[in-house]
Design a protein around this ligand. Structure first.
Ligand code: HEM
Length: 429
């Protein structure tokens, strides 16, 4: 989390509560213990989702600051659950779209702080539907983050410059090339806008997407969405590495949220990169990757470990003892996943992975529809996902057990700086 992010929200906290607790001392990398202490010492009521007059739920210590230099949900610690939604913009009215983005931003600021949307679930008029759908009432903020992205279709769709934005499309926001083995379902791909909702409680994440979709009725429609039940990456150094659906530790060698130099080099758009409205933002590639887990489950342990180039239990690179030992790529088979994905095999290409496992029932043929919802952030898609996936799609031994079935790419603007700012403001200005 950046210094700027922390400073911004400390001021916000002061404004809301009338006291001046440093947000840094309550939450964040260094303050997790204190934050938990605040809850234990009587903050439980404040930790519950409450009406907007109540004590800010953020003070309970388990809300992630919404305002800041960068959007939360990228370098901030990874939560356990995901609800990701891609939207089609159905209105052609630029002003209506701007009004929606302002409304979305206000709602996102409330929900991430643990508040209800608008007038809340009780509302003020019994004759009207309530502003908030209510299923998160009484639940904690659960470290909810809402990360907003803009897809290529907002700049141009079917040859039409619907919102006068065509000339503002970033060069780094490319249409992804077709990769060998892709079996993409159009209904699970693309999108003009996206919102990545991550939280420790799935109901909080689902509530957030549902309420944004409700606010957007008539202007946007959900094109596809994906639930994720288990994180497959970590951005927190020394945290226990989670395991993916193939049983392997996933996220061992990822960019840490505290590594500001690596983030600046590989994740955040810099001033020289342009366009100006994207500086401090990032680019997101989302891929729905189905796993043929029934076949995998009949594969020997030795073969599984050769496929990744790491051992299954400890997660150590082949030829090494411990998970965090530096990989020796030459000790791995030439077609092993880690060897091929490593920056040294791809001219230094480095991405921040933030994916989730999914299981969406069965496919009608007695197999689980399960896999990895792969999310990767980078400073430029052309220098990040594209070179790595080009190599993996051609040679990765893992390809026998996986298939990419959905794909989308989004420009993720910088953080919302303050209450006067809103998602996409700099783009539309
Ligand atoms: C279902 C598909 C996938 C599975 C199960 C999977 C699993 C894994 C595992 C277990 C590791 C080793 C632990 C780690 O360092 O995280 C790893 C590493 C890695 N994977 Fe994947 N992965 C998948 C797809 C992808 C894709 C599509 C990309 C990018 C295009 C990718 C990029 C990477 C990178 C960059 C590393 C770290 C390599 C290193 O620096 O050592 N993976 N993956």
């Amino acid at each position: 989390m950046s210094e700027e992010t922390t400073t911004e929200t400390a001021a916000e906290t002061t404004a809301k509560s009338g006291t001046a607790p440093s947000r840094r001392s309550l939450i964040g990398w260094g303050g997790a213990g204190l934050a938990l202490g605040a809850v234990a010492a009587g903050g439980t009521a404040a930790a519950l989702r409450t009406g907007s007059d109540a004590v800010p739920a953020a003070l309970s210590g388990d809300a992630v600051p919404f305002h800041g230099t960068h959007q939360a949900g990228i370098a901030t610690p990874v939560q356990d659950r995901l609800h990701f939604a891609a939207f089609d913009v159905t209105t052609g009215d630029r002003d209506a779209l701007i009004a929606l983005l302002k409304e979305w931003t206000a709602a996102a600021a409330l929900m991430t702080a643990g508040h209800e949307v608008g007038e809340g679930t009780a509302g003020t008029q019994p004759e009207a539907p309530p502003d908030d759908t209510g299923e998160a009432l009484g639940l904690k903020p659960s470290r909810l983050t809402l990360t907003f992205g803009i897809g290529p279709g907002l700049f141009e769709k079917d040859g039409k410059d619907r919102f006068g934005l065509k000339s503002r499309r970033p060069k780094a926001l490319i249409d992804l090339p077709a990769f060998p083995g892709d079996n993409l379902d159009a209904a699970r791909s693309g999108g003009d806008l996206c919102v990545q909702a991550c939280a420790d409680d799935p109901q909080v994440a689902v509530h957030a997407i549902r309420n944004l979709a409700r606010i957007g009725m008539g202007k946007v429609a959900i094109r596809w969405s994906q639930l994720g039940f288990g994180k497959t990456s970590s951005t927190t150094p020394d945290a226990q590495t989670p395991r993916n659906m193939l049983g392997f530790k996933d996220g061992t060698r990822n960019i840490a949220g505290t590594d500001t130099a690596a983030l600046a080099k590989h994740v955040w758009v810099g001033e020289k990169d342009g366009p100006e409205w994207m500086v401090d933002g990032s680019y997101l590639v989302a891929r729905r990757i189905r796993m043929h887990i029934e076949t995998w489950d009949r594969t020997s342990l030795k073969e599984q470990e050769d496929i990744f180039g790491r051992d299954k239990v400890e997660g150590a690179p082949q030829g090494k003892q411990r998970e965090r030992d530096e990989p020796n790529l030459k000790a791995m088979l030439p077609d092993s996943h880690v060897r091929l994905a490593h920056p040294d095999s791809n001219g230094g290409a480095t991405i921040l992975r933030r994916g989730y496992s999914f299981t969406d029932g069965t496919d009608g043929l007695g197999r689980l529809d399960a896999g990895l919802f792969f999310l990767a952030y980078q400073r430029d898609v052309r220098d990040g996902f594209v070179p790595v996936q080009t190599r993996l799609s051609r040679n990765d031994a893992l390809n026998e057990y996986i298939q990419h079935v959905g794909s989308a790419v989004f420009a993720v603007p910088p953080g919302v700086r303050d209450k006067g700012d809103w998602w996409g403001k700099a783009l539309f200005s």
